[in-house]
Design a protein around this ligand. Structure first.
Ligand code: BMA
Length: 331
């Protein structure tokens, strides 16, 4: 049976065909990186950022670390998904719930359209890193909801629709710095304020690229086979962490159940802009655009905590790849 993305067509998705000399399931954009570290005045780096289709083009929320290394979020707009006009002024969130979630700087945003608005989930520094939520209708005015969890937690990723009547959020409980461990969990909420029913989705895999910690990446993509989830995995080598990314397939109705999970990574730091930068050897995906009509996917990923790259794949090929060589135990 044909593997399909269940969603809307996106004929203007940024996409480049696989180069003739490449047999990889995922391949990089030939003009990477698409966003340079100095594209916005006063910036030190622009990476780990999220984009969505918006009006006739695209909009996004970008992580900029400034030259004092303060981490802030900035709106950006693009007509083709490749050339971005990113606002120099940081987003100011209108805080709707007082002490429950103040904006004190943010990083690693994800953006998703649900029902009538664009939700932003990011890592907030309020009393320690945790998962913050907010929304916008127009990428001009932004509102902040309560933090989903107390510190420490990161890599919050909302599903693009309610599951069994509830909002659903992948997350990664952690500690106060570069957690040397971490598994992906699932939480649900009736109203985006109260979160519970925590379930474990996936553990790390010893002796692999996903050995120390894993974290959900872009918004899961609904397919005929299950939710296609791209996620990053970290291994500690003798001179530091290496961040690669791969994919898993989660059950459509019970997404805490893993159907298949790639043993091999899809992309790992190999190009100079992924290996050299403020933090060496990091590829960190935070967004994916997909075209349901053709199965084409474009993944946006941070490179070496410095610049932003783009990589491409096809949903059916990724699903075949992770089914063919799956981690033997899924939990
Ligand atoms: C993680 C996050 C990411 C970063 C990565 C590598 O813990 O902070 O923002 O890309 O570390 O430094």
């Amino acid at each position: 049976m044909k593997i399909e993305i269940l969603g809307s067509p996106l004929p203007n998705i940024p996409f480049e065909e696989r180069p003739a000399n490449c047999s990889d399931v995922m391949w990089r954009y030939s003009k990477n990186p698409i966003i340079s570290r100095h594209q916005v005045r006063g910036g030190n780096s622009i990476f780990n950022s999220a984009v969505v289709p918006f009006k006739d083009g695209f909009a996004g929320v970008f992580r900029i670390d400034d030259q004092g290394l303060a981490m802030t979020l900035h709106a950006g707009f693009s007509s083709d998904g490749i050339t971005w006009d990113i606002r120099e002024e940081a987003i100011q969130f209108k805080n709707l719930y007082g002490d429950c979630g103040k904006y004190t700087g943010g990083y690693d945003p994800r953006v998703v359209f649900i029902e009538d608005r664009y939700y932003i989930v990011w890592c907030n520094c309020h009393n320690g890193s945790t998962v913050a939520l907010g929304y916008t209708f127009d990428f001009q005015e932004f509102f902040q909801l309560p933090n989903a969890f107390p510190p420490f937690n990161r890599n919050g990723v909302l599903f693009p629709e309610k599951i069994n009547g509830h909002y659903a959020l992948l997350n990664r409980p952690s500690d106060n710095w570069h957690t040397p461990y971490g598994n992906i969990f699932y939480a649900e909420s009736p109203d985006l304020k109260f979160w519970g029913m925590h379930r474990e989705v996936m553990k790390t895999v010893q002796g692999s690229w996903q050995e120390c910690k894993i974290g959900a990446g872009p918004i899961p993509i609904k397919t005929s086979e299950g939710w296609l989830l791209f996620y990053h995995g970290v291994v500690e080598r003798c001179n530091g962490f290496v961040y690669s990314f791969g994919a898993a397939l989660l059950d459509l109705n019970e997404p805490w159940k893993v159907i298949a999970r790639g043993r091999q990574y899809l992309l790992s730091p190999q190009m100079p802009y992924e290996c050299v930068g403020d933090v060496q050897n990091v590829t960190f995906p935070c967004a994916a655009l997909c075209d349901a009509q053709t199965g084409r996917i474009a993944v946006y990923y941070g490179c070496a905590d410095t610049v932003t790259g783009l990589a491409f794949c096809r949903a059916d090929e990724v699903i075949d790849f992770i089914r063919r060589d799956s981690v033997p135990y899924c939990k």
